[in-house]
Design a protein around this ligand. Structure first.
Ligand code: MG
Length: 274
């Protein structure tokens, strides 16, 4: 019996150690020829996966180099939710809210890393907003903040492109926030990463325009996801843009906007005119 107890203890110790030491995993969705697949990225090698991303997919054994594929948006969500005014540095004169200020972007606004942001011909004041984005991995309805971690698959990077004149003048924000190409996202989803204090930066044509840490979110991820789930059933693949820090400025045709998030990568998109 003693031997059995010791053996059980040993197995649990090894399991606990391996969980504690687990490296973050980097996922991507990509296209090679006509084939679309998910993969795990290790160095510059993609290990192709079989099965649904959120249901423990397995490696097929096939590999391909990163530069041989086209990177796609990492998810195809049913919903794209965003939090406004979630960094003190972005508030200006506005007082912090009592609860997260939510709005939505359409799934059709999402574009992948490397795709062009198309500035509508009647746009006059279009801004970048570099953000950390949460990816839901498990259905969530009315969950407590303490449960949120079990429902998150990982994090990615987003640029919450915003047309400020429309945001100011329209009755609702869907044109300002959810026009086609206004949702750059990706290139990767990283799971198993502690995202409570990551460097978040935005560069325009190589020049740093936003630099902050996810530590400075007013409403943290557990609070946001729990709050959203009170009203909306979150499904695997749904994404939540968590807000942008600092001051944003307009960009123009030809500008390259790069949003980087420590431990995740760089999301890069060029702006073109319609
Ligand atoms: Mg935003």
């Amino acid at each position: 019996m003693k031997t059995l107890n010791a053996l059980v203890l040993l197995i649990f110790s090894i399991w606990g150690w391996s969980v504690a030491c687990a490296e973050p995993t980097t996922y991507l969705r990509y296209q090679q020829g006509s084939e679309v697949a998910y993969g795990i990225l290790e160095g510059d090698t993609i290990h192709q996966l079989k099965g649904e991303l959120f249901e423990n997919p397995v490696k097929t054994g096939r590999t391909v180099k990163l530069d041989e594929v086209k990177i796609l948006t990492p998810v195809e969500p049913s919903k794209v939710i965003a939090v406004g005014l979630n960094y003190k540095s972005h508030l200006g004169e506005t007082s912090p809210a009592q609860y997260p200020g939510l709005f939505t972007k359409f799934p059709t606004s999402l574009i992948a890393d490397g795709e062009n942001i198309v500035i509508p011909s009647d746009s006059t004041n279009i801004h970048y907003e570099g953000e950390m984005v949460v990816v839901i991995g498990k259905k969530a309805k009315d969950i407590a903040p303490e449960e949120v971690q079990n429902h998150i698959f990982g994090i990615t990077i987003g640029n919450d492109v915003s047309e400020r004149a429309w945001q100011r003048d329209d009755l609702q924000w869907f044109r300002a926030k959810a026009s086609d190409t206004f949702g750059p996202i990706g290139p990767y989803i990283v799971s198993g990463l502690d995202y409570s204090d990551l460097l978040l930066e935005t560069k325009v044509n190589g020049e740093i325009r936003q630099s902050s840490s996810t530590e400075l979110l007013i409403f943290d991820v557990p609070t946001i996801v729990s709050y959203v789930s009170r009203y909306v059933t979150l499904l695997p693949g749904d994404v939540i843009y968590t807000g942008t820090p600092g001051v944003t400025r307009a960009f123009k045709e030809g500008d390259v906007i790069e949003v980087s998030l420590e431990g995740v990568g760089v999301l890069s998109n060029r702006a073109v005119k319609e």
